[in-house]
Design a binder for this molecule. Sequence first.
Ligand code: SAM
Length: 274
Amino acid sequence: MWRGWRDVLTRLDFASAAPDAKLLTGHALGLSTLDLATRENDLVDEPATARVAELIRRRMTGESVARIIGFRAFYGLDFILNEATLEPRPDTELLVDLALGHLPAGGRLLDLGTGTGCIPIAILANQSDASAVAVDLSARALEAAHDNAERNGVSGRMAFPHGSWFDPLDEDRFDLITSNPPYITSAVVETLAPEVKDFDPRLALDGGPDGLAPYRVIATQAADWLKPGGWVLVEIGYDQGAAVSALFLEAGFEDVNVHRDLNQLDRVVAAHHI
Ligand SMILES: C[S@@+](CC[C@H](N)C(=O)[O-])C[C@H]1O[C@@H](n2cnc3c(N)ncnc32)[C@H](O)[C@@H]1O
């Protein structure tokens, strides 16, 4: 039956009509992609058809497949989503790659604005002696992060303090601070595609009038929470490399450099606390 829904989505110009229809049909019917292929001629009863139709209707409003099915893959791991979490983006995998190169053996990580927890959980899943503190202003996001840490087998090495940036921390010092903060200017948030604007939480998107408000807090306070020789790695918008680098240089960081993603766009600023 998924082919019929594919045709509906194709007529509405959905570029990913076939995978969307397959994933949503499989999810509604509790079938894997393989099951869908081998059981194409099975009769589907009315309640099951209605379940698929409801998911397709949500997709038509612009809600992403990941949000509808409630989870998304990131760095080879599965992350559940809720209404307070941003969907992890493939762009953010660069931050995880770089973090794994900057965290020493037995390293302590602080992740600010953790959302689903995708950044620290991916790092801990790949470095078995590391531990992490994951902060978010949203208590609901932290529930998802905690759940994701358990599902991915790293919750014993993580803590989840609730509050704004550095406010909920105690006296601990870290080897590495990571963050993918909200960095879109308030005016631009209004112009984003419905899939983002209407479904990703505003708290995860809006970086203030110039998109730099969270970076100012992080750049001015990070040194107080880093061990000597520690690093900060922040994800940035493609046009924020110079401005964010300047904030870290002004705050006294050294070796400040901008890393590009696979599309050759500026994506991460790294700054060294000597
Ligand atoms: C762009 S999302 C990134 C989420 C996740 N780290 C990721 O990469 O998918 C930014 C996150 O920052 C959180 N946030 C916004 N303002 C905050 C603040 N003042 N203190 C802590 N977290 C904040 C949001 O709730 C959201 O989870």
